[in-house]
Design a protein. Structure first.
Lengths: 265, 425
């Protein structure tokens, strides 16, 4: 093995904010995730890729315990956020989800005004002390999501009246408003056209300065474009995890090779 | 060789014919049911319309102090109990001076409702200053005179086959000729309780009985139903127990209503000794009956709220309860309310369970609270339909009209609320 090869595969230096160790997820008797361990680096974008049904979304939902809402779902193993075991019974799942936000595959604004959509999170967590502060937070979040200029004159119109791409950015603004450390994104662009996708990707790029992003995507190009780390899942197993560049240019595993070259998927 | 034919072929024609036939089956079915509905409404309205007018007789009454209040104390309670019968007989004698035989006088007096004396006493109580004066007043005619005035008595029929005899007819015709008899709007029908005399019978008692029963029913069934639905749908983990509860709620919705009446009789009256024949117990029984309807409707509307909304709220760190009450319940509210109102409308028309708990008694007094004995509109209809007096025929139909009006109003309210509260995604 020559030395250039080794340096190429050196991970980008960064501390990890979340870690998963030996995680198994079961739906009833069916095992959806098999013994997965990985580290999520802080202030970077980590992409989870793989063919449909490989468990990447299931794995993502472990990080903010959204799987708790599925009665048959059982998670074992060790998942940590800033060193704390998030499945510890002492952990308050409400506090956890305030630290680790989520953006879903289908834009799901509340059928309320744009303002109310963004204000809801700060309000339930008591983040704003006054009405003016709340307003300020809403506007700042909308600005961070790159939506403010488009909606500044209609903050009190329904969030559902926006276009698909705008709705998804509204959902991102809503997640940002709670000021989480990590934002999980579950195929956020799968229902968007290429232009809206490009805008959201640009937005993620600028967001990573303040947030750690974990994104599930079925588009390899998207993963290659935006992420620093990529994890490739196949049939519930983590096949390969490493720097995005390395995964896409020089995968270790034959299955990764097959997937990124389009032979499976 | 490829087939480019676009015109119709025998097999296509057959398919079109089948389609046309099916459309006509549907139209015939709708036409028939509409026809029945129109027939039913017409029959009820035509028969019941008469009850909204009442015949009155114009009398010149001498309010003789010696008869009404010999002591001159003007005690309201005594005035209400005053013997007004002589006043009315005197007044009639003035109009018909040639009727002198005692028997004939009795006959003549029968033109006036036997309830007229109480009406007059009430009027005197309200206007004690009338005592000692002479006034013209309209008094309620008897049911037979009323029926004759409405053209519902065939005078060509043999005298022995009708209650209104030839002599009575002559008297009424005399009154008519003198303009001393007329048909007016029947306010008594809306302000009186039940009575043995059709001309005195009203629906206010039954309507208030229904109102109080529904009030109790709503106060019990709405919170219980909504909370049950929210818990089962949003909180409860699926297990054999919740499955069992679900199956039983669905079964309850199909239980014949009289069974709920029996339950009320044995539990509410038998075990808890709650007051018999009251809207309190009636409402509790109706609540039992309405509960499954409300729960099923509320669960269906909760289930129709997309999961993405729950995910969105939970993902922001909202608690289960915040998610449910900030987002899910408001979105499900129109459906919940509609289901509740439809359940209440069903309770409004319910008769059988009320029979079991004694709301079927003959009650003249108008109930003032949920613990006063009362009957309800549908039971009143049932009671009147059972009465032999001919005057109750039109009153039965009139009460049905009132009941139908309430039903339509409640359904309109349901539609209105649904339209108003409905939110677009």
């Amino acid at each position: 093995m020559d030395s250039t090869e080794v340096t190429k595969k050196q991970p980008v230096m960064s501390t990890s904010i979340m870690s998963a160790k030996n995680v198994d997820v079961f739906y009833g008797k069916k095992q959806a995730i098999k013994n997965v361990s990985l580290e999520i680096p802080e202030n970077q974008i980590t992409a989870l890729i793989g063919p449909s049904g490989c468990g990447k979304s299931t794995f993502l939902r472990c990080f903010n315990r959204m799987n708790d809402t599925i009665q048959t779902c059982k998670v074992t193993g060790d998942i940590r956020f800033a060193g704390q075991d998030i499945y510890n019974p002492k952990v308050d799942v409400v506090a956890l989800r305030a630290r680790i936000g989520m953006v879903f595959q289908k834009a799901n604004p509340f059928p309320k005004s744009i303002f109310e959509n963004v204000a809801y999170g700060p309000r339930i967590h008591g983040l704003a002390k006054s009405k003016a502060e709340l307003e300020h937070m809403v506007i700042a979040s909308l600005k961070s999501a790159g939506l403010y200029n488009e909606v500044s004159d209609r903050l009190h119109e329904s969030g559902t009246s926006l276009s698909g791409g705008q709705q998804q950015r509204l959902c991102i603004a809503r997640a940002i408003a709670v000021q989480p450390q990590v934002i999980l994104m579950d195929e956020p662009c799968s229902a968007l056209d290429p232009i809206a996708t490009a805008i959201v990707e640009e937005l993620m790029e600028s967001m990573k300065e303040n947030f750690t992003i974990v994104i599930v995507t079925h588009s390899m190009q998207q993963a290659a474009r935006i992420s620093q780390k990529t994890a490739f899942f196949h049939l519930g197993e983590l096949v390969e995890f490493g720097d995005t560049k390395a995964i896409f240019t020089n995968p270790n595993d034959q299955r990764t090779q097959n997937y990124i070259s389009g032979r499976i998927g | 060789m490829p087939d480019y034919q676009l015109t119709t072929s025998p097999s296509l024609r057959k398919r079109h014919a089948k389609e046309a036939r099916f459309k006509w089956y549907g139209r015939i079915a709708i036409g028939l049911s509409l026809g029945f509905l129109v027939f039913m409404f017409l029959a009820i309205i035509l028969r019941g319309a008469g009850a909204f007018s009442q015949t009155k007789i114009y009398l010149d009454v001498q309010f003789d102090e010696q008869i009404i209040d010999p002591t001159g104390a003007r005690n309201p309670q005594d005035l209400a109990r005053a013997n007004t019968k002589p006043l009315l007989t005197q007044s009639l004698s003035i109009i018909f001076p040639d009727v002198t035989q005692r028997k004939d006088k009795q006959r003549l007096y029968k033109l006036i409702s036997s309830g007229a004396v109480y009406e007059l006493a009430d009027q005197i109580q309200g206007h004690p200053e009338w005592i000692g004066t002479s006034r013209h007043i309209w008094v309620t005619a008897s049911a037979d005179v009323d029926l004759y005035m409405k053209g519902k008595i065939d005078t060509s029929l043999d005298e022995n086959l009708r209650k209104l005899k030839d002599r009575d007819v002559v008297w009424v015709d005399t009154l008519k000729a003198e303009g001393k008899i007329k048909k007016t709007f029947n306010t008594a029908f809306f302000t009186n309780g039940d009575s043995r005399e059709p001309e005195m019978a009203g629906i206010l008692g039954a309507t208030l009985g229904t109102f109080f029963s529904l009030l109790v029913c709503f106060a019990i069934a709405f919170p219980l139903g909504i909370l049950t639905a929210v818990y089962l749908e949003e909180y409860a983990k699926k297990s054999w127990l919740t499955n069992l509860i679900e199956i039983n709620i669905n079964n309850l919705a199909a239980v014949p209503s009289i069974v709920f009446g029996l339950l009320g009789l044995s539990i509410f009256l038998g075990v808890f000794h709650l007051p018999r024949s009251t809207p309190l117990v009636g409402g509790m029984v109706l609540a039992l009956m309405t509960l499954p309807t409300i729960i099923i409707a509320a669960r269906a509307s909760l289930r129709s709220v997309p999961n993405t909304i729950r995910d969105a709220a939970l993902g922001l760190g909202a608690s289960k309860t915040q998610t449910t009450f900030h987002h899910v319940v408001p979105l499900a509210a129109p459906g919940m309310l509609t289901g509740t109102i439809l359940g209440m409308a069903q309770a409004l028309g319910e008769t059988a369970p009320l029979l079991m708990i004694g709301m079927v008694a003959f009650i003249v007094d108008i109930p003032g609270s949920v613990t006063d004995v009362a009957t309800s509109l549908p039971v009143q209809i049932f009671l009147w339909a059972d009465s032999p007096e001919k005057g109750f025929v039109e009153r039965t139909s009139a009460a049905i009209i009132v009941l139908l009006v309430f039903l339509v109003l409640m359904n309109l309210l349901a539609v209105f609320l649904r339209k108003k509260l409905e939110r677009r995604w």
